[in-house]
Design a protein around this ligand. Structure first.
Ligand SMILES: [Zn+2]
Length: 311
């Protein structure tokens, strides 16, 4: 076992404890009412509608719902079950397109206990499932797009770490992990510590949609405490970043919040900036997620796929 695994494990525990404290402060968890699974599977394939695939379900049901959706849609997918001393679960991977270069887009399917897990991370799973529909119509010919749905992100990216260990990334040109993509109008790429060709493609894609650096999209360096599945790929030397959406009006408050997380955690009783006001709490419900934000991210990713494929 690598030292890094212990660090991840500890971080996962801290996450869980913080989430329990936040949830406790908010009072007893309400009874969550998930949408009937088969209704969602047979229903409209928009990101907002598909957010109901996972929202308000427990982790076993969330994992099963992803597999059920892909099976029902006739999508071939790889299953990557794993079990370690830290926990167990199943990652799913769907490939679209072909070629020897791979772009990996990630959305974890698990949530912290006692949270409906809508913005973290049902919305991101729904974005990738919608993107899948669009890419399937005209798959990129010079690029393989791998949509990865890991389990146990909330346990220190356990699923992604197990995936990278079992499937060392070769030919992977870039990785984006979607987290908190359902509230706001401004794209944030984070953990981007250096300019890379992949980051250049991300910038080009966003700018081709009329976005401007430091205005309607932000590139942020290493963020302490918060993290996501992309870090398992970054540890393997691949350009790998987090992707989130934030409200432009909260940009300054968010910068302070994510860059001084210990202070932020201590002052969590005060107002936390959106989207962290619901993050890991029972208030992370479908009603807070904005369909326009989800559509915007889906379109941005579709443009990114084209930009990377053209390189
Ligand atoms: Zn998450």
């Amino acid at each position: 076992m690598a030292l890094r695994d212990l660090v991840y494990f500890a971080r996962g525990r801290v996450n869980r404890t913080m989430s329990r404290l936040l949830t406790r402060r908010a009072g007893p968890p309400p009874a969550f009412t998930p949408a009937p699974l088969e209704t969602v599977v047979a229903g409209p394939r928009t990101p907002l509608a598909l957010t109901r695939l996972l929202e308000s379900r427990d982790n076993a049901a969330r994992q099963a719902a992803v597999a059920r959706y892909l099976s029902a849609r006739g999508v071939p997918f790889a299953r990557h079950p794993f079990a370690t001393f830290e926990g167990s679960g199943e990652n799913f991977a769907v490939d679209v397109g072909g070629g020897d270069r791979t772009l990996v887009l990630i959305a974890h399917h698990d949530a912290v206990p006692a949270s409906p897990g809508a913005n973290d991370n049902a919305a991101s799973v729904a974005i990738l499932l919608t993107l899948l529909e669009r890419l399937a119509v005209a798959p990129p010919s010079r690029l393989r797009v791998r949509l990865l749905f890991p389990a146990c992100e909330e346990l220190g990216y356990l699923g992604a770490r197990a995936y990278v260990r079992a499937t060392p990334p070769s030919g992977v040109v870039g990785v984006l992990s979607l987290e908190l993509c359902g509230i706001g109008d401004t794209l944030a790429v984070w953990d981007a510590t250096a300019e890379t060709p992949f980051l250049g493609a991300v910038r080009a894609a966003f700018e081709s949609l009329g976005r401007r650096a430091d205005e309607s999209y932000h590139v942020v360096g290493k963020i302490p405490v918060f993290g996501s599945d992309h870090r398992a790929f970054a540890a393997a030397g691949v350009p790998a970043y987090g992707l989130s959406v934030v409200p432009a009006a909260e940009a300054d408050a968010l910068r302070q919040f994510v860059l001084s997380p210990v202070k932020s955690a201590i002052s969590a009783v005060k107002r936390r900036p959106v989207p962290f006001d619901t993050y890991h709490t029972r208030h992370d419900a479908l009603t807070t997620v904005d369909g326009a934000a989800l559509d915007m991210v889906t379109q941005s990713l579709e443009t990114l796929v084209a930009a990377v494929a053209a390189r």
